[in-house]
Design a protein around this ligand. Structure first.
Ligand code: NAI
Ligand SMILES: O=C(O)C1=NCCCC1
Length: 312
């Protein structure tokens, strides 16, 4: 009889997972993914169950990395909530399996994993596609992803100013209180974006919030929201005038409204840049369109579990 799975809470995940451990593991997984090495890494396209009646979705995200013996599956629900709703937009659970026996070793909070691994991958995109200057960071949106992006970006880079824009000023103020560091609050997207070197879009928007005409040539945009084929965060001008990088070509061409509806072509996956098979065009305006991948959750869950075991 297999042992019962351990239960790892959000607080424990946040205590155990460190960006310094996570980033190299994510880079290796992205690089391996882009080699398309068959049975070595298996990550089917995310299955999405629409919950039309409740304005939400359930995503199922399994992944297997053979040489590291990591088998995991995340289930994530996400909803377009009314702005006054107190319910969370995303909730997630990760199951970590023993790939040899097939039993579940751990059931852990996937919400903190989602926040941290997504922000870490955006930071990797910025490290790879480094704009000439890295002085002004602009964050559009002020929710949980905004906070995790602030944390990892200020840890990894030396921005002299971090600007935030949110639809509601009180949410931007809440964000500023939640992060440990200075923030400049902006009253319009245009004001937040103009002159910024790196722009992170982490909104729940369905229509473009970021217009290409406001973006400084040579800037880098990490576009994290708009993860449905009919949702947008970026306008056609930005998509047309930028070099577009993605986490997964299959994911992007199936789920990204910004790519599908603008007709923009994908230049490379981050993994291809990491493997040296595609260049990082740092002097151009670059967009990294992030959709999220099961392998990202899987490597994060393994790190959490190994840390948890080492502290027994
Ligand atoms: N690429 C990836 O791997 C992942 C992407 N996401 C996406 O990132 C985005 C942010 O997620 P969270 O921070 O967890 O959500 P959240 O609910 O905590 O924050 C959402 C933010 O978007 C703003 N917002 C909502 N509707 C808007 C609109 N129409 N225009 C402008 N702003 C709007 C809200 O005011 C809030 O600041 C979502 O789109 C989410 O689906 C989330 C997890 C992983
Ligand atoms: O990768 C994820 O996790 C998510 N991606 C898109 C939106 C929901 C969560």
């Amino acid at each position: 009889m297999a042992e019962l799975p351990v239960l790892i809470t959000r607080e424990e995940v946040m205590r155990l997972l460190r960006y310094t451990d996570l980033i190299p593991k994510l880079e290796s997984a992205l690089a391996l993914f882009s080699k398309r090495s068959g049975a070595e890494l298996v990550q089917p396209l995310r299955t999405i169950v629409p919950l039309q009646k409740h304005n939400g979705f359930l995503g199922l995200m399994p992944a297997y990395i053979a040489h590291e013996d990591i088998l995991a599956a995340k289930m994530v629900s996400f909803y377009q909530r009314d702005p006054d709703s107190v319910l969370p937009a995303h909730q997630a659970t990760v199951l970590l399996f023993d790939p040899e026996r097939g039993n579940v070793k751990a059931v852990m909070d996937g919400t903190a994993i989602t926040e941290m691994r997504t922000a870490a991958v955006s930071a990797i995109s910025t490290k790879l596609l480094k704009p000439c200057r890295q002085e002004v960071l602009c964050i559009l949106g002020s929710g949980l992803q905004a906070v995790s992006h602030y944390q990892v970006f200020t840890q990894m880079f030396s921005f002299t100013q971090v600007r935030v824009w949110s639809r509601r000023r009180e949410r931007a103020e809440q964000f500023a209180r939640a992060v440990a560091g200075p923030v400049t609050m902006c009253s319009s997207v245009k004001e937040a974006v103009e002159g910024a070197d790196v722009i992170v879009t982490v909104t729940m928007a369905k229509e473009p919030v970021l217009q290409g005409e406001w973006v400084k040539p040579g800037a880098h945009v990490a576009a994290v929201g708009a993860c449905r084929p009919d949702w947008r965060e970026l306008d056609d001008v930005l998509m047309r005038d930028s070099v577009v990088y993605v986490d997964s070509r299959e994911g992007a061409s199936t789920e990204s409204g910004d790519i599908i509806l603008s007709g923009a072509s994908v230049f490379a996956e981050l993994g291809e840049v990491l493997n040296g098979t595609k260049p990082a065009l740092c002097e151009k305006t670059t967009v990294f369109k992030s959709l999220g991948m099961g392998i990202q959750d899987a490597v994060a869950a393994k790190l959490v579990f190994d840390q948890w075991k080492s502290q027994l």
